[in-house]
Design a protein around this ligand. Sequence first.
Ligand code: NOJ
Length: 534
Amino acid sequence: MREWWKDAVFYQIYPRSFMDSNGDGIGDLAGIESKLDYLSGLGVNALWISPFFKSPMKDFGYDVSDYRDVDPMFGSLDDCKRLIAAAHQRGIRLLFDLVANHSSNEHAWFRAASAAKGAREHGYYIWKPLAGRKPNNWKSLFELRSAWYPNKATGERYLATFTRFQPEFDWRNPELRKEIYDVMRFWYGIGVDGFRLDVATAYFKDERFRSNPFSWNAVPDIFQRHIYDRNRPEVHEVFKDMRRIADEAGERVLIGETHGQEAQLAAECHGKSGDELHMAFNFDFLNQPWSAAAFRASAERWYAALPPGAWPNFTLSNHDRPRAAFRFRTGDPLVTEARARLAAAMLLTLRGSPFVYYGEELGMGCQRIPKAALRDPLGIRTWPLGFLGRDPERTPMQWDASANSGFTSGRPWLPLNRDYVSRNVAAEAAEPDSILSLYKRLLALRKSRASLREGELAFLDGEDREVLAYLRSAGKERSLVLLNFASRPARFSLAGPALAGGEILLSTDAARGLGELGAEVELAPCEGLICDLR
Ligand code: NOJ
């Protein structure tokens, strides 16, 4: 039987920003539950929810102080159980975010560990003597300084490569491993369908703590090749354990966030015989310029890197990088909108599970956030440099044109994008040509066509390099996808028996009438077409 996650379209929710049910200005689990009908109407069938566990929120939930409870700001464990049941009732699966490279410094484990060398939990974290020089050049990514922090009580330094409030676990410690595996079992018992594993390839550090070599890459690598503080081979043992535990629970999925941009590194997370993670996040589209050739090369690299049997995935945006509609913006808002529509058609027709970031279906972009309103530690640290911080991609979901877009009755934790008055769910749902309506059509088409869900993919070479063209086929069903990345019209020739005869099923351009495909297709600027080939 084909695994459910291969046919799933995932939707990422950043819970602080999705829907606030109690007026404190911060989204919560009951808010997500109240929007499940919207999500099922959109056509997504799995949600990845960024962390909502107990946390002092120094990195907005990516610093967990209790792995088995919900932060009161987001609700309660009962709210969580209700959410799971309500989602499952609608055929929507849920993935939680397991932050297991580090905890919060306020976790009971770290409190005990940092108080006394003799504590059992001391061994859960990484320590070096305070006296003398720092052990190496490893850096805190969000503080842009050394990752080694003093702990006077034990006369040691601990390691934290994000903020100082996120001390890193020692995954070589068997008791720590068992704790985390038990956390996974706990949530499986409650009904979660899988985990997104935060910085999964960072769990292990070099045994000898060697300094990272220099790299020219400033963002996000801060001029280091992360070969010693991340990406160590020992991690595969842990991935195998995690896979066994997921398999025991049955029908669960593990998708790892991997550090670094190399497809090969991410691909290795599947394991040599497919016995590790089900998927490794493919972030490569986040780094591509607006060009058909760039996206094609990126997808080809990914497909080629995956081991046999591994299933691909694609992402245009997430909570760490500026949104796609913003990255691909032009001076002309109509072209920007057409690009967002074309990108959606690509994401939802490639071979692999798509991940849609909340608000992407509205064409939400990013705007500069005033200094006083910044919340992300990285944004505050790097101000006034624009868009290195992550607040702009985390602004509240735009539900309607009422005050604060209907997201909250209180004061939103981040300012809303100014365009929410016109760009919102209520307005776009009422407009058949909106990008939201296009997403719904694309998702429905994907659901109804096996070729788009599971079919093979072959790229096609046309004369115009700005047209990305591919054929998806499953049995007799064939879907032809033509995506014109240029802001001028383009042609694609269907001459020859292989492509002759077909019907246009969907266009990203509202002006196009559907119907028969001719021998040559003329694509409007930034138009995408999905066609049925006979
Ligand atoms: C990656 C997450 O996506 C990011 O948001 C977080 O700040 C870091 N990991 C640290 O947990």
